[in-house]
Design a protein around this ligand. Sequence first.
Ligand SMILES: *[C@@H]1O[C@H](CO)[C@@H](O)[C@H](O)[C@H]1NC(C)=O
Ligand SMILES: *[C@@H]1O[C@H](CO)[C@@H](O)[C@H](O)[C@H]1NC(C)=O
Ligand SMILES: *[C@@H]1O[C@H](CO)[C@@H](O)[C@H](O)[C@H]1NC(C)=O
Ligand SMILES: *[C@@H]1O[C@H](CO)[C@@H](O)[C@H](O)[C@H]1NC(C)=O
Length: 351
Amino acid sequence: MSPNTHISLFFFLSISLPVLSSPYFSPPTFLPNYQNMLKSFKIFTYTPPQPLVFSTPAESLFFSSLMNSSYLTQDPEQAHLFFVPFSSATPTRSLSRLVNALRTDLPFWNRTLGADHFYVSCDGIGFNSDRNLVELKKNSVQISCFPTQRSSFVPHKDVTLPPLADPHHAPVINETKNYLGYVKYGAVKKSSLVNELRDDQDFLVERQPSDVLTCEWRLSVSKFCLLEYGDGDISGISDAVRFGCVPVVITDRPIQDLPLMDVLRWQEIAVFVRWENKSGGGSGGAKRLRHVLDRTYGDEKRYEEVRGSCVTAGQHFVWNEEPQPLDAFHLMMYQLWLRRHTIRYARSEVA
Ligand SMILES: *[C@@H]1O[C@H](CO)[C@@H](O)[C@H](O)[C@H]1NC(C)=O
Ligand SMILES: *[C@@H]1O[C@H](CO)[C@@H](O)[C@H](O)[C@H]1NC(C)=O
Ligand SMILES: *[C@@H]1O[C@H](CO)[C@@H](O)[C@H](O)[C@H]1NC(C)=O
Ligand SMILES: *[C@@H]1O[C@H](CO)[C@@H](O)[C@H](O)[C@H]1NC(C)=O
């Protein structure tokens, strides 16, 4: 290996053995909690100032699904959470005025200073010293797009929308895995790694498959799908999971904004590979990558477990025009449901 190599790959999420082959944090409680949510969860929506315009299909779909759902209530006293709707391109001053109006006109904001409120914004809200925006950003639950801008995501509180996948054909999941890895570049920018992998017959490296079906076929016949977190395009992660192409996420930092992070044990459905120097060239990257995959998933049985977890989790990444049980919309709602316990102050305490 060349001394100039700055690449350092290492596996940084520990795999504990013996392994549970469930993708869920809490398999026995997930479904009962989910059923409970379907029965009980109530959202009060403020009336938006004008018709809303969203910048991405995922936001629009979430919004229309919510508006058409049985989660809505007209009675704010029944609501677990409050939805603050606004368009994607709302200027910060308008947003501040909007929050201020909620605060002064209605009693609900003051009870939690916004903590039982949520909003949808693909780009998220950045830092701002305005009190209304500070409370909205720091207290309210933000639903944004994955991956998020670094400064606009508050872990433990905020959630991300699973990326919208390609048209939903039923995944073929019993195919023989002909390739160790599939790399759709564009999705992975690391040209030195991509170039090395291109020479490796076990990897299928291409810029763009000719059509969706071909792409899905690639996912079905590859054991792992390489994706880059950060400035790369990681939207393919939804399809990879659904088609049982175990995602290998190359990243230079810990990831805190994965979709469905409260529900899914991501260590069970993906491999995270730390890549220290993103611009770094040098050789040996492919060899190290192989080593990581071999060490963790060389055992066929272990690999099959992880692939099974992927496919099980895959149903939660599907967006439907009309929401279906356990799909991406309902799982987003489920994550909100998990955030419904906030302390509400009596009016006199905050006045
Ligand atoms: C709203 O839901 C109803 C049934 O629940 C469905 O028939 C209708 O198409 C939905 N409308 C939209 C805009 O999604
Ligand atoms: C909420 O609290 C602010 C002071 O922080 C106050 O000006 C406002 O009137 C309160 N809102 C209501 C509805 O009482
Ligand atoms: C996979 O399953 C489908 C339907 O269940 C079947 O038609 C196909 O032949 C199977 N493929 C393999 C490789 O077993
Ligand atoms: C990353 O790699 C490039 C080229 O190999 C090198 O010039 C740069 O100093 C490295 N950066 C870090 C932070 O190691």
